[in-house]
Each structure stands twice: as C-alpha cells, then as structure tokens.
Design a protein around this ligand. Sequence first.
Ligand code: NDP
Length: 351
Amino acid sequence: MNRTVACVRMATHVPTDMDKEYVVFKGILIEKDDAGYRASLQHIDEAQLPEGDVTVRVSHSTLNYKDGLAITGKGPVVRKFPMVPGVDLAGVVETSSHADYRPGDRVLLNGWGVGETHWGGLAQKARLNGDWLVPLPAAFSPQQAMAIGTAGYTAMLCVMALERHGVTPSAGEIVVTGAAGGVGSVAIALLSHLGYRVVAVTGRTGDADYLHGLGAAEVLDRAPFAVPGKPLGKERWAGAVDVVGGHVLANICAATRYRGVVAACGLAGGMDFPATVAPFILRGVTLAGIDSVMCPRAERLEAWRRLAMDLDLSRLGAISHEVGLGEAIALAPKLLAGQVRGRVVVDVNRV
Ligand code: NDP
C-alpha cells in the first residue's frame, strides 16, 4: 500500500479500547504533498513502522535544532516522506532479533539518520537497526539521557576533540558560542566541571546568571563576534566549542592562541565560513570538525561513558525542561528563533 495513503487513513483512525495495546501509537508525522509541508500529531498503525531488528517502546525524546528544522520545514532535514522526526530517543526494548538486545533492555539512540531518512523518536514506538542503539548508561534515567540528548553528546564529542589535540585546563581559556543553547549549555557544564576556565558567548546576555550557574567564568555579548573581523586578532583562546559558524567561527579562529584547537559542530548563525587560512598556517591552529550523526560506535560509547563520569547531573535541572509530545510542534519555530534556553525533553507518553 502506498505509505502516504496509509498515513491519511491513520490520521482518521481514532483508537478505542478494542485496539490491542500499542498496535496504534501516537507520534508526530511530517508529510509533504500537494497540500504542502506539515507536521501533525497522529495515531500511527504499528504496521507502518519501518524495517529494523529492534522495536523500542519510547519513553522520552528531545527537540534538537535539527528537529526544529525538520518540523518547520525550514531546512532540508527530512529526506523521505512521511517521516516521524526526532534524532534522539530513550526507552525500553519491546522485541528484538538482534544478538545484543533483549526485551526489557534500556536503550538510547542518537543520529544515524533517524528522524531524517528513518522514522525517529518523536513517537511512542520506533523500529530500528540494533547496531544504532547504545545501552542506556546506569547513571541515567531515560529522562536524564534525553536532557543530555544529541546536543549534550555532541558537546562531549567536542570536549573529547579538544583533549585529543592536547588542550588541558592549564592551556588557557575555552570559549563556547551559542552558549545558552543545548550544545553550549552542556559544553559549559562539562568543561567547567573538568577544570577549564570557560568564557560563554551569547546573544542573551540577560541570561548571564544561568550561564554563570553552569560554570562560565565570564559571559560575552555575541554582537562583536558576529561582524567581519581581521584575519588574525590578539591571541586569547586555548580552545573553542563553536555551534554558530559564520563570522563568529571566523573571529574565534583568528583569536585562537598558537596551536589552539577549535571544535566546530554547528551552523546556528550560518553555513558560511568567511575566514582566511592565516590562523592555521601562521599559528598552527587546528579546526576540528565534529559530526555526531555517523560518529563510529566506539567513540559514541566513550562519549556516553564520559558523560556519565564528567557531567554534574545536578546541572540537568537548570539546563532542561520537559514538554509533552503535543507541545513539541509549537515549540519548534521558537527553538529556531533562539527563544528556547538549554534542552527540551519530550515525554512522548504525555500528549
Ligand atoms: P539550540 O537551538 O539549542 O542553540 C543554538 C544557539 O545558537 C542558540 O541558543 C543561540 O545561542 C545561538 N544562535 C541561534 N541563532 C543564532 C544566530 N542567528 N546567530 C548566532 N547565534 C545564534 O541548538 P543546539 O545547541 O541543539 O545546536 C546548535 C547547533 O549545533 C545547530 O546548528 C545544530 O544543527 C548543531 N548540531 C550539530 C551536531 C553535529 O553532529 N555536528 C549535533 C547537534 C547540533 P545564545 O542563546 O547563547 O545566543
């Protein structure tokens, strides 16, 4: 059966007590057809789930920047329609034919194209390739794992990149951009816990108390970083975590100290990189690209092991807030407009 037609039928099906448990589940569905691009909360028939060797009963997902792009259609994130968005999920294995997983196992997932090319986490159920799953670390509840989510796991990958290139707390200051967002907030909490002096760059200087509370030693206004600068500036940063791109990234590279390291993971301010090679060839600066989506399994397991060790869980309450599945759609444009602080956890069983 044509999947689009099937989903139109799903939308009109209202489950009753006669339905077998979880045969029909709730999820956000993105559709694109002659009527346009739209995301809506629907009842989805389990028979429509994609192929996979593990079925997960999802308890929590999140709203990442990429999910905001997918739900609003403001970026070409979704590459197959209809699509359940959600690049993250945490839950319990319901059925499995994968050697590593049994029913009842607690698992989480970040990336691998989930929510882009394969149905994702913003639904009560997901069917996945078991190779994509990570056992939920004992240190975290599913809700806490999703308060960290892809943003927090990416922040950890950035910290690991700084460490891999030899940036120690004694090397000097680390600048974190997009500081009040998801990646930025977790990066500040991690780096300050590890003993680095962290400088937060934000468009929301009114949130300075929040950023100091996470461990930022200093909070700077983004405005001077977001305009064209010189190819080389005064050397300040031993390292950087940049989620913004554009002039902000160019100016940070220009002010990075000799042999410093810039971990670049985002494009919240733009896809371009209006820089020169001067910082790289005259100061030996390293630009370390960070991708969480296809990151090899061993590195993700290490990132989650490190998160369990190096993230002060008492910070998660300040960093995250929880919404129900039904609220996620309305929140997506606000997230893209930079109006959402920290991380958004989605309780998929609260509609
Ligand atoms: P959030 O929306 O939570 O935070 C983004 C932050 O960026 C905002 O809070 C704001 O910081 C800043 N920002 C927003 N708009 C602009 C703008 N126009 N100019 C400059 N700064 C801006 O997103 P995430 O933290 O989840 O993700 C941040 C970026 O990292 C995104 O581009 C995302 O796609 C990318 N990402 C990449 C991953 C990878 O694998 N490479 C994985 C996860 C995320 P403030 O409020 O402090 O001003």
